[in-house]
Design a protein around this ligand. Structure first.
Ligand code: SF4
Length: 359
């Protein structure tokens, strides 16, 4: 296998040559921290828990306080070391609310502390909203955490996939959480809705159901698919583009009279007009995203809960460790005031793998 791929990316990536030609690495600025590795739902399309990879069973249910402190420190060190002015911290899972208020508030405070006063830390939580109660909303208000919710449309469509382990649909519970969030007191915390596409659902009805909550933004997510197991409605030999057709119906309704922002459309139109993509879903802009899990066996993208050097897309942790931040143009990581947690020998840098987001 190694011989087969010797002439392919990333084996052919010559980072020193790129840098000699004037290429400048882009530091990671978005940090997805998976603080809880189980879920109170059992959505049948969940790539995390319902597919072939069942390695989550060996992971700790909840990120340890020690790992959270290390992750916070490394995020802060990275942000200061690269002179970043804004970073995004995304609390993710499984279902992040199951991690409990103490871990969440500690992590948010520690990241802000580690990043220092010169770095704005924008915090977002991506939740299924089943546990989005008043005490969580009060906590997020105090911490300035914005909230994204997963909703697939009306009751029947949402409950087709997004069910409790008992088989009961979650639409009633999710929309109850959404109503609490969209109450005047907390609406400013609402960051948007995430909807996974099902071709059997009517696209306009889906859009209208989502738009009724007046979200600041909607993200449409394609279902999981690989060449071996293509997504529903798309065989390995098929030539059509059913997902594009589904989305185009929404685009034609949305574009003349947009009721909200739709990230995929914004991104595609931006690219067509010559802008750089802000999200990893389209375009060729370097990924600015790191995923951190409390797992000593496998990391979704790359862990920075490490005592080695900072990492920049698309450098590998190994390359970055050997060059150091100054070689790639970043400022010294020692510029900040925060002190590191006690060394932990079992937390190390990992290699890159694919990343996906869903809650
Ligand atoms: S809510 Fe998200 S993490 Fe939980 S089962 Fe559904 S898709 Fe998976």
């Amino acid at each position: 296998m190694g011989v087969e791929f010797r002439n392919e990316w990333p084996a052919t990536l010559d980072v020193p040559a790129l840098m000699r030609d004037g290429w400048v690495p882009v530091p990671f600025s978005e940090f997805i921290v998976k603080i809880h590795s189980r879920c109170d739902l059992a959505c049948d399309y969940c790539y995390m828990y319902e597919m072939a990879d069942q390695s989550w069973r060996d992971r700790p249910r909840r990120m340890s306080a020690e790992t959270a402190k290390w992750a916070a420190w490394r995020i802060g060190e990275h942000a200061r070391g690269h002179g970043l002015r804004n970073i995004a911290l995304i609390l993710h899972g499984g279902e992040p609310l199951l991690a409990g208020p103490q871990l969440i508030s500690g992590l948010v405070a520690d990241v802000r502390d580690a990043a220092g006063a010169d770095v704005v830390v924008n915090v977002n939580v991506q939740t299924n909203a089943v546990g989005l109660n008043d005490s969580y909303l009060q906590l997020f208000e105090e911490l300035g955490v914005r909230i994204g919710v997963s909703l697939d449309g009306g009751a029947q469509d949402h409950d087709r996939h997004r069910r409790f382990p008992s088989g009961r649909g979650s639409h009633v519970a999710v929309t109850a959480g959404l109503r609490r969030l969209t109450d005047a007191r907390y609406r400013h915390l609402f960051s948007g809705l995430l909807c996974t596409i099902d071709l059997r659902h009517d696209p306009i009805a889906t859009y209208e159901e989502l738009a009724a909550f007046e979200p600041p933004r909607i993200d449409f997510l394609l279902p999981h698919g690989t060449w071996e197991a293509p997504p529903p409605g798309r065989g390995s030999e098929s030539v059509g583009a059913p997902y594009a057709d589904w989305l185009i119906e929404i685009f034609d309704r949305w574009y003349p009279a947009p009721r909200t922002r739709i990230r995929l459309f914004d991104e595609i139109m931006g690219l067509l007009l010559g802008a750089q993509a802000q999200a990893e879903m389209v375009g060729l802009a370097p990924s600015r995203l790191v995923v951190i899990e409390d797992d000593d066996q496998k990391i979704t993208t790359v862990t920075i809960a490490s005592d080695s050097a900072s990492v920049c897309a698309p450098c590998t942790p190994t390359a970055c460790a050997s060059w150091g931040p100054t070689r790639c143009g970043a400022r010294s990581a020692s510029a900040g005031s925060s002190s590191a947690p006690a060394p932990r020998s079992d937390i190390r840098s990992r290699s890159f793998q694919g990343s996906k987001r869903r809650a």
